[in-house]
Design a protein around this ligand. Structure first.
Ligand code: MLT
Length: 254
């Protein structure tokens, strides 16, 4: 299989250990802004917009998690980063797991934030098909209305999150939904990941329950779990200090 990468939009902050922060769906790199000051004091932080999101290209076709991982590999090559700590939020976590499988030698550590290793259930897959159809009929507003309440437990974040989703390209949304629906079950090979890993999960996550994080931490070889109280599906925005501390601890452990 050939994977054709695209040039991602990105920004860089700080110096030190390279840390790539991969955002979730249907968001963009700005979800990580609250943790950047703390992380960039110690690390070289790279914030990409994944394909179909933010300022990155929106090519045709299904965006498989493996293909999106290829974009990250190409960005690392472009920035002359041999090995990086990869922190993936939700869909960014699916992409990070695909990266860990394809490029274990380019990975120094893994932070899995509000994400899961399991594949979609048949119900979840059907829900994604329904959402693709709604985007076709009603536009991006349908996604923003449905997802905003599920994403955060903080009322003050609802408006910025809604705005972020409204900035998504409908074609990108459809391509990513298809890619997430077809992703394989990563639980089967989690134990082959040998780098240190931290699993960060919001105690009040309505989209991917904390239990999923606990399962991942158990299946991973060298992982610990950080349960973030007062956080839903966006711990890096809801509790940035707890998330920064966990990622800095990961950096110190490599
Ligand atoms: C995300 O937050 O990245 C997505 O909602 C995850 C998903 O839909 O599985």
């Amino acid at each position: 299989m050939t994977y054709l990468p695209v040039n991602l939009a990105y920004e860089e902050h700080g110096e030190g250990t390279p840390v790539i922060l991969a955002h979730g769906f249907p968001l963009n790199r700005s979800v990580w802004y609250p943790v950047v000051p703390m992380l960039s004091a110690k690390a070289h932080v790279v914030l990409p917009d994944l394909r179909g999101h933010g300022e990155s290209p929106v090519p045709d076709g299904t965006y498989s998690m493996r293909l999106m991982a290829e974009d990250l590999r190409a960005l690392m090559d472009q920035l002359h980063i041999e090995k990086a700590v990869l922190a993936g939020h939700s869909m960014g976590g699916y992409v990070s797991l695909a990266f860990a499988r394809a490029y274990p030698n380019r990975l120094a550590g893994l932070a899995l934030v509000a994400t899961q290793a399991a594949a979609d259930s048949p119900e979840r897959r059907a829900g994604r098909e329904k959402m693709v159809d709604e985007v076709r009929r009603k536009g991006i507003k349908a996604v923003a209305e449905q997802m905003t309440p599920a994403l955060t437990c903080r009322a003050d974040l609802a408006e910025p999150v809604h705005k972020m989703i409204m900035g998504m390209n409908p074609k990108g949304v459809k391509s990513v939904l298809k890619g997430m629906a077809e992703r394989p079950n990563a639980q089967e090979w989690l134990s082959t990941i040998t780098v240190p890993a931290v699993v960060i999960a919001g105690a009040e996550d309505k989209l991917i329950p904390l239990e999923r994080g606990k399962i991942m931490a158990q299946l991973l070889g060298r992982a610990w779990l950080v349960e973030v109280s007062g956080a839903g599906h966006l711990p890096m925005m809801e509790q940035p200090e707890a998330v920064s501390d966990a990622i800095l601890q990961l950096i110190n452990s490599i």
